[in-house]
Design a protein around this ligand. Structure first.
Ligand code: MRU
Length: 365
């Protein structure tokens, strides 16, 4: 996707061949800066501190992190230690575990001296596959938007939560890919962007992306969505996912569930868009089984922003001394959703729907 007309990816190999570059998302939307990751520690810190974030991008960064670790210690113990370090960075997005399993299984098949090159190449393949998956999600989901436009003759208003755009993946995004695809086809689309407190990924990142790519949008306060749905001002909701169970429960950024409840009550179609690497086939009950990341309460008590003079400030916004809680994700039960958009097509949010798209995942009877 473009920033000021220049195409970027969120992560790419450095020309030195032994490190990677990422976009530092903690500095957006006010500063665009790249950061070089050269070691296991660099990658782990980048994921933990959310220099990179979004389930698919976390997975790709972890894959490169494991590769970088092989430069320092390519032993079997070195693989185990690097996997443990990277797996501990963020608990909810399953893409992280999926990517580490894939790269480490590959590494165990080759001699230590081959492991860095092997892992770096495998991480690159995961990145390319992510781009292809997201592009295909865009094509399938873009058709939903195009059909809605054909049916109503009006621009299609899509509400999204958090940032599930190209900044959360390698390129294109998941929830935003259908929007970019529709926009590119000339289908008029307007995006309602939930600000997404406490970290404001919607206000800071989704708005930045849509601005950079020239897609019409409006940022709304998190609590506005239900009201807008009641008044017929939302045609469709599309969100991303950090982990989706085999039964179609979708775990995504905190607040997604409330939007799904409102959409269900008002009859607004509600879709989650996600690649296969976000599906955890081992889980059935998302509410009980998916680990939910609890983040620092300071994200709730404080906000950082730009001052009128161009400087930056972090200010306190909660009554001093009040206890706070900061669960980072919630689970939307499958029954509240219209469907799931994947790289293989659109299905019902159910076991039948998902196994219909991925028949090879059915367990042998
Ligand atoms: O905490 P974050 O910013 O990593 O959370 C991101 C989300 O919740 C996204 O919606 C999700 O990862 C899907 S990304 C394509």
């Amino acid at each position: 996707m473009n920033i000021d007309g220049k195409p970027y990816r969120t992560i790419f190999p450095d020309p030195d061949g032994v490190s990677v570059q990422v976009i530092d998302q903690t500095r957006l939307p006010f500063a665009f800066a790249l950061k070089r990751l050269a070691t296991l520690d660099d990658a782990a810190v980048a994921i933990r501190t959310m220099i990179v974030r979004g389930a698919p991008l976390i997975g790709v960064t972890a894959a490169y992190g494991l590769a970088l670790a092989m430069q320092a210690d390519p032993s079997l113990d070195g693989i185990d230690r690097a996997v443990a370090t990277l797996a501990a960075t963020r608990p909810t997005a399953i893409n992280l575990r999926w990517a580490l399993d894939r790269v480490s299984a590959n590494l165990r098949q080759v001699q230590p001296e081959e492991r860095f090159v092997r892992a770096f190449a495998e991480a690159g393949r995961i990145a390319e596959e992510d781009v292809a998956s997201c592009r295909a999600i865009g094509a399938h989901g873009g058709q939903i938007i195009a059909d809605l436009h054909a049916a109503t003759g009006r621009p299609v208003t899509v509400l999204t939560h958090c940032n599930a755009g190209w900044l959360a993946t390698v390129d294109w995004g998941t929830a935003l890919a259908p929007i970019y695809a529709a926009h590119e086809r000339g289908v008029p689309v307007h995006v309602l962007v939930d600000e997404t407190r406490p970290r404001s990924q919607g206000a800071a990142l989704t708005a930045f992306e849509l601005n950079g790519h020239g897609v019409p949008h409006t940022v709304i306060a998190d609590n506005a969505g239900g009201h807008l749905m009641q008044h017929g001002r939302v045609d469709l909701c599309i969100v991303g996912s950090d982990r989706t169970t085999a039964s179609g429960d979708v775990c995504n950024k905190i607040g997604t569930y409330l939007k799904a409840l409102a959409a269900h009550d008002t009859g607004v179609p509600f879709y989650a868009a996600l690649p296969f690497s976000t599906i955890d086939w081992t889980l059935e009950d998302g509410i009980r089984e998916i680990p939910i990341e609890e983040r620092d309460g300071r994200e709730v008590t404080h906000m950082t922003g730009r001052l009128a003079d161009g400087g930056f400030a972090t200010i306190e916004v909660v009554s001093p001394g009040s206890p706070v809680a900061n669960p980072a994700f919630d689970v939307t039960p499958a029954r509240l959703m219209t469907g799931i958009i994947t790289e293989r097509g659109v299905c019902l949010a159910s076991a039948e729907g998902l196994y219909g798209l991925y028949p090879e995942r059915r367990k042998a009877a």
